[in-house]
Design a protein around this ligand. Sequence first.
Ligand code: SAM
Length: 276
Amino acid sequence: MGTLYVVATPIGNLQEMSPRAIQTLRDVDLIAAEDTRHTATLLRAFDIRTPALSYHQHNERAREDRLLAALETGDVALVSDAGTPAIADPGNALVAAARASGHQVVPVSGPSAVAAAVSASGLVPGPYLFLGFVERGGDERRVQLGKAAASGYPVVLFESPVRLAGTLADLAKVFGDREAIVARELTKLHEEIAGGTLAALAGRYTGEEVRGEIVIVIGGEVRTADAGMNPERVVRSLLAQGMKPSRAAREAAAITGLSGSDAYELVRRIGSEQRA
Ligand code: SAM
């Protein structure tokens, strides 16, 4: 029975390729790679001659049988284009199938854009929510962001440079004046970590031609002693669930003890902020 190694690779800086990752990729019989041409560059840099087979989001299912068959006779390594496989990258289904078939799954840990951004943010003292790439628009996006904001936890997400300014402006509407960082091109020549409120960051990147890869980290809600009853948080959460304003106002008044008219005013203000 072969072993499936889940191997993290650099997110930009080749010096972050670990000796164990190099040895594992040399020792296995086959490498399942998100993009074989991309991985070929990495393999050349470290003189790794193991054959590679493509395994990406469009052929995950089709490749599964072949990779499970390969695991019957030897070891397989899974890599993505950069960072840790199966974190907002292909891999989860293969890992699940390998485990279900009784194969050992061994992580060869290393770089991840999520861990790098969180560790350099100073905004995440404890648990956080990782959203990956968020919905691009519409109700789905509003609900997704609304739920994340209502949790009160720090939030980590990926965004492309062309959508950065628009997403920061949307985040400012939903998360209010929380502190955040935009971590760009981590570990690379043009690495930049910009901090500030979401609105300030939206202003900074609006009209700018932004390049590179980006992680956004948003700090948690600063909680008061009665944080569970924070009326604004409660209203955002109710609206994020798609509740009608009149009902959201009634529920918010019942939950927080606000008067009916104050609750309605809060619902009206947050609703119009979110629609703007
Ligand atoms: N599995 C990967 C990991 O563990 O880092 C993440 C894969 S996800 C498809 C790719 C996204 O991660 C990019 O679009 C970008 O948002 C973020 N990312 C990857 N490398 C980065 C870097 N060097 N600096 C900032 N963000 C990065």
